[in-house]
Ligand binder design. Sequence first.
Ligand code: ADP
Length: 438
Amino acid sequence: MNKKIETTDYKIGSVLSEIIRPKIPIIFLLIVLCFAFFLLGFLTFFTAIFFIVIFTVVLLAMSSDDRKALEFYKNQEESKFKDISEGLNKLKTIIEAIKEPTILINENDVILIFNQSADKTFFSSIARDSVLNSENEIPTGLRIQTIIRSTLLLETLNLYKNSQKNSIEKIEIILPGEIDRSYEVDISRVPNFSKDEFNYLLMFRETTEVKKILTLRSEFIANASHELKTPISVIKGIAETLEKYGDEDKEASKDFLKKLIDQSNRAQLLIEDLLSLNQAEMRQHILPENEVNLMKVLDNVFDGLNELAKKNKIKLSKELEKKEYLIHGDENDIRIAFVNLIENAVKYNNTGQSVNIKIFENDFKIIFEVKDDGPGIHEDHISRLTERFYRVNSDIRNTGTGLGLSIVKNIVSRHKAQLEIESKLGVGSSFSIIFNKI
Ligand code: ADP
């Protein structure tokens, strides 16, 4: 999880040259003096050589002090290096223990340490092969911007480095991807043990879900109030009319009362569908894990829907082997999806006579299919059917809310299944959910 940390290297060669360099003028002066004396006749050639040798011995004796100094310097560097490694190891243990993705970078944005959570969150989403070396380690010199591509993060880091602030800097970044993910990032300064510089600790807290819930909540309130406005103002209008003129015309009053009931039912339906959609959206990220037998779910809803079919003069039939069709799922969600698809096939079938439900399987999938011989849907509408509140306007009997298929889509995607819609005008429609087998 960490990579080699560069420390200040002590170089014996350079230290020795530091010791000898100041003595060069003395050595030079003595050699010149010895030869000057030799030339002037004060010394013989051998005496001059003798003095030079003596001087070298003295120099060596003097160097023993320097050697001690060098030894001391070396020991000091070694213990400093030990301190750095110990410090970094401690830091690494602390960073590793942090639950949130955490990364330590240096002054040049080079990654020094990162924990398992950061590895899972950021390093697995990048093309590892292009960044990691053969031992699956991050290569030396890998910079944070290669892993986290956020201009805001880089700009804030630069400002923070220049500001010399000691408090924690908090920012919120959004990382684009299949799903945009948002993170709160805490940036703080950590002393660099080896140099007179700082390292920087980046702690990430994912806020994607919280943000999603907040958005869904405000969308829900906006949708609910918008959609309920119509039935409620109609109800209010009718009630006021009845209050004023109800006694005068009994027949008209009956009509008004019927409208009142219709609109109340519509408002109730809207509230139920909105709540259902909200529930489905809120649970989107929770993978359902229970074992569900699709045959049992269908059996439970079939009789009730058959009553509706009879009322609409539609023959409702099912075609499946008597066996268990097992998937990992949420039984209640699947029931809601089945009811929505079957109810649609029955209620919009104003031209045909039958709706057939099938459950069948292949090696990997279990397919739930509802097929009707109703009016069919024009291809222009098909891709938009699962949008919230989308209704096919030309449909005379369409008294729904336009939320049914949106609810189904959410449930289907929560189950990592697929929704397939095929339809031909004048021929009929087929809606299938393709589940993964256990
Ligand atoms: P609602 O809740 O109003 O029924 P849905 O989201 O379930 O809305 O359906 C959206 C639109 O798709 C409906 O307005 C309807 O016109 C059309 N539709 C859905 N199922 C069928 C079907 N089996 N046959 C024809 N039209 C359908």
